[in-house]
Design a protein around this ligand. Structure first.
Ligand SMILES: [Zn+2]
Length: 332
């Protein structure tokens, strides 16, 4: 069993291999640092870098956070600092020094990520400060391209609590349960692709059932809260809210009657599980958490979790036996 510490996962990510098309400018932008900081950390005397070069990426500059307790109605320079920190993480918030409903709501949603330590009350205090500082010192970012088919969502790239995909729809495929649940939903393009994948499975006499697709930030929050209370290592298999691909509406958990429609690693050894890995890329899906890539994805092997990225990208990822992180050149 691989052990991941949430924060170690972030902090370990300080080495970067230069990819084709990279420049110091692009790398600095991607890691929220500066060209001069990268040059200094690597003793570079010019802006010249080469593909395959290993670079140390220094931690981004961390805004200082105030001590004290702040909540709705608080005003002043300390509140500006809190708002600057939220904005550095990628939240869209006014830096007006007024602790209003928006600031409070963002704080509350951040607190929901750490149910094992924080109360989601929207009030900024010493504990919340500590967690905010950790996030700021890491490469943690709110995803700015949630609508992209190849959007990267993981422990470092979180969807906004306010992101909800448009036009979610229930794919016309066989599900593990008959009744409607919001978890049946997917984005339309992904839903059509899943239908095509399941039709091919049927043709090949492979019995698949869809289990879980879309999950809202709040639903994931409830799920994670329950999981972390039952198991302190839950973040190895259960995402914190915002950090689950299920919020994109591009992912679906798939199983088969041969394993009682359970989401279990044993599914990977069934003929259905093997068929899925083999055929999913032709329909635009990748197996998002492959075996042996736990250090890159941050999650254990999940033979049941497929993610829509489009046929082109899915085939490239499958052919090269890489992860979405590696494909996007953000491997750690
Ligand atoms: Zn999943």
């Amino acid at each position: 069993m691989h052990q991941y510490n949430y924060w170690n996962y972030y902090y370990r990510a300080t080495n970067y291999i230069v990819q084709p098309g990279d420049s110091l400018y692009l790398i600095a932008k991607r890691f929220n640092t500066t060209i001069s900081d990268i040059k200094q950390a690597n003793n570079l005397t010019s802006d010249l870098i080469y593909v395959g070069q290993s670079l140390v990426i220094p931690s981004p500059a961390v805004p200082t956070l105030p001590d004290g307790i702040y909540g709705i109605g608080s005003r002043g320079p300390a509140v500006v600092k809190i708002q600057q920190a939220l904005s550095a993480l990628g939240f869209n918030v006014a830096q007006d020094g007024i602790y209003g409903p928006k600031t409070s709501d963002i704080i509350m949603n951040l607190q929901k990520k750490f149910p094992e330590a924080l109360t989601a009350d929207g009030i900024y205090g010493p504990k919340t400060k500590m967690y905010l500082e950790k996030l700021l010192a890491s490469k943690y970012k709110i995803v700015q391209n949630p609508e992209s088919k190849t959007v990267l969502v993981n422990k470092m790239n979180s969807l906004s609590p306010y992101y909800e995909p448009q036009n979610l729809t229930v794919p016309n495929v066989s599900f593990a349960y008959p009744e409607y649940r919001p978890q049946k939903l997917m984005q339309p393009e992904a839903a059509r692709a899943l239908e095509a994948l399941f039709a091919k499975a049927k043709q090949d006499n492979i019995a698949l059932n869809a289990v879980s697709g879309y999950r809202s930030y709040d639903y994931q929050s409830q799920l994670f809260s329950r999981n972390i209370k039952a198991n302190p290592n839950a973040n190895q298999f259960s995402a914190r809210p915002g950090e689950s691909e299920h919020q994109t509406g591009l992912a679906m958990d798939v199983s088969s009657p041969s394993v009682n429609n359970n989401l279990t690693q044993a599914f990977g050894d069934t003929k259905e599980g093997k068929w899925l890995v083999e055929n999913a890329p032709d329909f635009g899906f990748i197996l998002r958490f492959p075996k042996g890539k736990e250090n890159i994805t941050g999650y254990q092997y999940e033979p049941w979790h497929i993610r829509y990225v489009g046929k082109d990208v899915a085939r490239q990822i499958a052919n090269q036996n890489i992860t979405l992180e590696e494909y996007l050149g953000q491997s750690t």
